[in-house]
Design a protein around this ligand. Structure first.
Ligand SMILES: Cc1cc2nc3c(=O)[nH]c(=O)nc-3n(C[C@H](O)[C@H](O)[C@H](O)COP(=O)(O)OP(=O)(O)OC[C@H]3O[C@@H](n4cnc5c(N)ncnc54)[C@H](O)[C@@H]3O)c2cc1C
Length: 332
């Protein structure tokens, strides 16, 4: 493997470039972006794969000092339980994740990957000279290749609050959905999530609408799609970057002829359905609110089969140990 081409310089393109540089030291990486389409500046919470990748390239001290990361030791759920106002979901053992500023993360990844970054719009993979392509150019409009994932949310209002010295993400229910609060070194980044078919919250913020989906065929022999082009689901549990890094890991196994394209796509489909189930599980017992949104989400969950999630087949789910999944019901 001599040359990888990455289309897109958003979060997905950035972590893909660092991933491939980490595993193929002598590789050449070309990154193409379209200056008319700026990367999305959201996404500030990670799970475990991101710190693992970053620490393979730089020590903790420099990462926190130069790139403004903060420590994430778990998630504090507020007002999800009827019996308990606070449910603390710590990561197991000494594990931790990170909060990050999206632009800082991209700067760091591109610096350490030594990628050659070019402002060039790519219309066709055939125009690229590379051994493998990772296409992170954002979601294609309404193609039949996407499967919708079940989730009660489709919109967010982004806003900022004053800095808070905490080392966890806050996930707080509201009458319209829930709100994330992510502590960065200089501010608290917040997102008020809701469903615009149900309510129109009167909150000052930048509106982003989204859908929840997975692409059926992420891989081919020539390359893979990644980032928004491959998968998106609401931000609870910060699953995106780990999902994108899993696509990189499977791409590596395809390149090394250790995994078929079909099997890799099937693994990522299963992964997306497990995340869908895991996130819906959070809504299944409702919250302190008895509003239209919570009635709607509860109904969505009533017809959903959680038996796979709750089966004894898994010792943990994502970064939740099995006991935490069971506790979610106990403490509600
Ligand atoms: C409210 C919200 C909260 C989120 N929170 C989290 C979180 O806490 N944690 C997390 O991990 N994720 C989170 N996400 C998801 C995260 O924002 C996305 O996963 C990430 O931004 C995906 O970026 P991307 O690189 O796929 O696409 P983009 O950022 O949209 O970048 C697309 C890139 O492709 C380029 N491009 C487009 N077309 C072409 C072309 N034809 N040729 C060349 N280049 C092209 C563009 O120039 C751009 O550089 C959140 C998302 C939302 C909406």
């Amino acid at each position: 493997m001599k040359k990888i081409a990455i289309i897109g310089s958003g979060n997905a393109g950035a972590i893909s470039s660092l991933f491939f540089k980490t595993f193929f030291k002598d590789i050449e990486i070309d990154v193409f972006y379209d200056s008319k389409k700026q990367p999305t500046n959201v996404g500030q919470g990670s799970a475990f794969k991101l710190p693992e990748l970053l620490y393979m390239n730089e020590n903790h001290y420099k990462i926190f000092k130069n790139y403004n990361f903060t420590l994430k030791k778990g998630v504090l759920y507020k007002d999800w339980g009827v019996k308990n106002n606070y449910i603390w979901a710590p990561f197991f053992g000494t594990s931790h994740a990170l909060h990050y500023d999206a632009k800082d993360l991209r700067d760091m990844c591109f610096k350490y990957s030594s990628a050659k970054i070019q402002d060039k719009k790519i219309n066709n993979w055939d125009d690229i000279d590379a051994d493998f392509i990772i296409d992170c150019s954002g979601k294609s409009k309404d193609s039949d290749d996407y499967i919708n994932l079940k989730n009660p949310l489709n919109a967010v209002l982004l806003f900022e609050e004053e800095k808070k010295d905490i080392s966890y993400t806050i996930a707080e229910t509201t009458k319209d959905g829930w709100c994330f609060k992510i502590p960065l070194q200089d501010r608290l980044n917040c997102g008020y999530l809701f469903n615009d078919n149900i309510s129109e919250p009167n909150i000052d913020g930048t509106l982003i609408k989204f859908s929840n989906y997975i692409h059926r065929n992420i891989f081919s022999k020539r390359g893979a799609i990644n980032g928004y082009k491959a998968f998106f689901i609401e931000p609870m549990e910060a699953t995106s970057l780990d999902f994108y890094l899993e696509i990189c890991e499977l791409s590596l196994r395809i390149i090394e002829n250790k995994l078929s394209v079909y099997d890799a796509s099937t693994i990522m489909l299963q992964s997306a359905f497990r995340i869908e189930s895991f996130l819906l599980y959070h809504y299944s017992k409702g919250s302190i609110y008895n509003t239209e949104f919570w009635k709607f989400s509860k109904k969505l969950c009533d017809s959903y089969d959680f038996s796979d999630l709750l089966s004894l087949n898994y010792n943990n789910f994502g970064f939740w140990p099995k006991e935490n999944i069971l506790d979610w019901f106990k403490y509600h």
